[in-house]
Design a protein around this ligand. Structure first.
Ligand code: GDD
Ligand code: MN
Length: 364
């Protein structure tokens, strides 16, 4: 039995593994803890896995474990899997890159027990906490996201974006099925998923500079963050992936109308203009879905072309289904907008399901 499990999500971090292991070992041994570290990797391609296996084979005990995930992505879901595969009554989540202050863990452990808290959160904004040398651009994103979490998510802590916290296992297990589990913000997800406010406290720390490699934060992470807020604010019932797909579909429809208008204005026949507009709308939808909706399964290189071919085929069948349904409903109800809207929705569902399972399925 261990007192504390440290869950560390990792993606392409080969140079950071050993420094983190040694600094954690020092801090946890000094505190007299029985501990384990669970690294959760999303099939890194930079030698991280070899580095991990090398480290594990050198250690004589079972204090370090590795979960290697295939076709699954994202910091939050990696943390959830690491937590579910571990045993300690208290869990710490932290970055591998040395940015989080491991010397705070013993204080966190004693405080969470003494005050019977659900969680204790490392904060860069309370008391003596600071963003350290974080570049101004990142600091701005962090502060804006914090503002939104407090305004929209109605959370009260100073640093809901923190990636460094300790949580009681029993608390987490009671709300695990309510988590969104996508994206970067696992702490905020936990706070918003809880039906009653969690009992927490914050502990100040100064964020250090990343030791090696680079941050995995990208523009998709920002979209994931907004989707996380929307998911919990709508009481977890909206299928957000489908909404995103429909949103992309509507963008395609706007493109379609613009291109149609331009072609007609320059004297093209209607059928040619409609053909060009349809083609451009499909290309636009394919591009945006590849960039946004199915970002984690995005197609690259030659696979783009075979994916585009399949997407065109899928959309053509969707269009035929759309026309057949809309025509049938129009003949029965004579209400144009119900018939048109229903046809659009049916083809949207068809296109979405085929896109997800055929066009952007996990690589095999
Ligand atoms: N398994 C897995 N899968 N790990 C990932 C993934 C992923 O898709 N993306 C990132 N990681 C790992 C990184 O290897 C790192 O250990 C940790 O998750 C955080 O990623 P960073 O790239 O270091 O993010 P950051 O430093 O820009 O932001 C972090 O710190 C902020 C401040 O505490 C994150 O933890 C943020 O959530 C946090 O707000
Ligand atoms: Mn980091």
């Amino acid at each position: 039995m261990v007192d504390v499990t440290i869950v560390v999500p990792i993606l392409n971090e080969k140079d950071n593994i050993r420094p983190l292991y040694h600094s954690l070992k020092k801090a946890l041994d000094q505190a007299g803890f029985r501990w384990e570290i669970v690294f959760v990797d999303d099939n890194s391609q930079d030698g991280t896995l070899q580095e991990m296996r090398g480290l594990i084979s050198e250690i004589k005990d079972h204090s370090v474990k590795l979960i290697q995930r295939i076709h699954r992505f994202g910091l939050s879901s990696a943390c959830v899997e690491g937590i579910m595969a571990s045993h300690a009554p208290f869990i710490v989540v932290m970055d591998v890159d040395g940015q989080h202050d491991e010397t705070q863990i013993p204080i966190m452990y004693h405080t969470i027990q003494k005050k019977n808290l659900d969680a204790i959160v490392g904060s860069r904004y309370c008391d003596t906490g600071s963003l350290g040398e974080l570049d101004p651009h990142r600091a701005f994103i962090s502060k804006t996201a914090t503002y939104l979490a407090r305004k929209i998510g109605k959370v009260t802590l100073t640093d809901p974006m923190s990636g460094f916290f300790m949580i009681r296992r029993s608390t987490l297990e009671s709300l695990i099925a309510r988590l969104y589990s996508k994206g970067f913000k696992i702490l905020l997800d936990i706070l918003l998923a809880s039906p009653s406010p969690l009992k927490y406290e914050e502990i100040a720390y100064t964020m250090r500079a990343r030791k090696f490699g680079e941050s995995k934060l990208n523009s998709r992470v920002i979209l994931d963050y907004l989707m996380l807020l929307a998911y919990h604010r709508t009481h977890r019932w909206i299928p957000l992936d489908f909404v995103l797909y429909l949103f992309v579909g509507c963008t395609g429809a706007i493109f379609h109308l613009c291109v149609l208008r331009i072609f007609l204005q320059y004297g093209s026949s209607f059928i040619r203009a409609q053909f060009a507009a349809t083609l451009i709308a499909i290309l636009c939808n394919f591009y945006l879905n590849n960039k946004i909706t199915f970002f984690y399964f995005r197609l690259k290189g030659l696979r783009v072309w075979s994916g585009l071919g399949t997407f065109i085929l899928v959309c053509s069948i969707g269009l035929a289904v759309n026309l057949a349904c809309a025509d049938y409903i129009y003949k029965t109800t004579s209400v144009w907008w119900i018939s048109g809207g229903f046809g659009f929705l049916i083809s949207g569902i068809w296109n979405y399901l085929c896109s997800k399972t055929i066009v952007w399925r996990a690589k095999t």
